[in-house]
Write a protein that binds this ligand. Structure first.
Ligand code: FES
Length: 152
């Protein structure tokens, strides 16, 4: 085999092995978006006329126990079900003390801040300082499989 033919074959081989990688790198991955969300589901997150926007699905919530959205809404949002009432709750998880992200503790029935120990009830009210202001609560509803939140 001539040197030129050999180099042509090697070039074609390298090119064909890089094309799938390049295509995969260019694909859109727009999904609902919390790093915690392990089930990637494409939803339309645009704000509707009534002010609500879809930030997750019932399936996501059932699978993961919570949905955290930091990119699609005007403020960060955590969605979960109150274990006592089974009602949907949508709340701003940014601690009102110094802005750390509170963690959902369903068994303890609270949202706990890992930074300085503030605790909040599921209605956003401060249970334990140093935070003195309540967390923002958002209107939330379910339509079919979508979870819609009104972040104002
Ligand atoms: Fe949450 Fe300080 S930032 S208690």
């Amino acid at each position: 085999m001539e040197r030129r033919t050999f180099l042509n074959w090697v070039g074609v081989g390298m090119l064909s092995s890089f094309i799938p990688v390049a295509i995969a790198a260019c694909q859109s991955t727009q999904t609902n978006n919390s790093p915690a969300n392990k089930t990637a589901t494409k939803i339309d997150t645009s704000i509707r006329e009534d002010g609500f926007q879809a930030l997750g699905t019932v399936e996501q919530l059932e699978t993961e126990g919570e949905i955290i959205d930091r990119r699609n809404a005007a403020k960060p949002v955590i969605i979960f079900r109150n274990p006592d009432t089974n009602d949907l709750v949508a709340i701003n998880p940014m601690c009102t003390h110094q802005g750390c992200t509170v963690k959902l503790d369903l068994e303890g029935k609270q949202l706990a801040c890992p930074c300085h120990g503030s605790k909040f009830a599921f209605d956003g009210k401060v249970m334990n300082p140093p935070a003195t202001e309540n967390l923002d609560i958002f209107a939330v509803k379910q339509e079919d499989n979508l979870l819609l939140v009104k972040v104002n």
